[in-house]
Design a protein around this ligand. Structure first.
Ligand code: ADP
Ligand code: MG
Length: 298
């Protein structure tokens, strides 16, 4: 797979604060790549470095398999912090100014990016009349000027209500469908789980793990079961083949199987054959949230 961004051993400190420590990461072309981590874990620092807004103390990075150049930079769109739009101007006029300053995009492009972010109908309205979600979509439209191949978004849903979040999510999906590689920094696990193909998890400047979402999130299948006689159930489960581990809590039992091997019917049949009738049988995919806490807890 083609690589869009390669980061090798990047470190950055602010005085005593080690914001990034020897971070290495590969971002494949066409991915929706989530940089996940709690506040203060180094996400914005990392994005600022690869956008050349901030210098690293150590390490290197390359875009499109080349050392970073102004030409490569033109192929990257970004939204690091909310841009300053003029409140009394319309979306179109604001984008004209952004375009003139950045040297990216034509009038035709402005119409196209407004269409992509679904602001065409309101393009003549003053910025001050926009909802927070519309403002954020206009900011993404500005980042899309010049037709970038990669888009970096730092916490794109911050401060938005559920409808606004949904609209951004749908927008990111549409952009991904167009073949744009998208890199999103977020502290919202749910967000990343819903839209990302790949994920990297940062904790206090250290990269804990990275890779395709399904690999990072789950290397185990979990089946939850219960029966009236939990002791009998325990004895029964102890005889099951292919079980990695068993956990028990609140009158429920969780059986961990290797990824892709859990089969509810087989579990049910196995217990029934041993004289146990289950009153609960659930397939519990390990959620990103539990994985995230598992990884970021001390
Ligand atoms: P995130 O984006 O994941 O919330 P940041 O990259 O903003 O994390 O910050 C990482 C760490 O670096 C935090 O401890 C933060 O307080 C610190 N930090 C960030 N920017 C500065 C700065 N300009 N000066 C001093 N410390 C900073
Ligand atoms: Mg940040």
């Amino acid at each position: 797979m083609e690589t869009v961004l390669q980061i090798d051993g990047v470190s950055k400190a602010y005085g005593k604060v080690k914001a990034l420590q020897q971070v290495s990461l590969t971002i494949p072309k066409g991915s929706v790549f989530g940089i996940l981590g709690p506040n203060g874990s180094g996400k914005t620092t990392m994005m600022s470095i690869v956008l050349d807004v901030l210098g690293a103390d150590a390490g290197t990075y390359s875009w499109f398999n080349q050392p970073p150049t102004a030409a490569a930079r033109k192929r990257i769109g970004s939204l690091l912090e909310t841009p300053n739009f003029y409140h009394y101007l319309s979306a179109v006029d604001n984008l004209k100014i952004t375009s003139a300053i950045s040297g990216r995009g034509t009038d035709q492009d402005i119409n196209e990016v407004l269409e992509i972010v679904k602001l065409t109908e309101r393009k003549k309205s003053k910025f001050s009349t926009y909802s927070l979600g519309m403002k954020q979509r206009l900011a993404i439209a500005a980042a899309l000027l010049g037709n970038p191949e990669v888009l970096l978004l730092d916490e794109p849903t911050n401060g938005l209500d559920p409808v606004g979040i949904l609209e951004i999510r749908e927008l990111i999906r549409r952009l991904a469908d167009r073949g744009i590689t998208i890199i999103i920094a977020s502290h919202l696990l749910d967000e990343v789980e819903k839209i990302c193909t790949h994920v990297a998890i940062l904790k206090r400047g250290n990269l804990l793990t990275s890779g395709p979402v399904d690999e990072v999130l789950s290397n185990e299948d979990i089946v939850e079961i219960a029966a009236t006689n939990m002791q009998a159930l325990k004895d029964c489960v102890a005889q099951m083949q292919n079980v990695l581990s068993i956990k028990e809590d609140n009158q429920r039992m969780q059986i961990h199987f290797p990824s892709g091997t859990a089969n509810l019917e087989e579990v049910n049949q196995f217990c029934f054959n041993k004289g146990i009738t289950l009153n609960l049988l659930l397939n519990k995919k390990q959620r990103l949230e539990s994985k995230f806490f598992e990884l970021t807890n001390d």
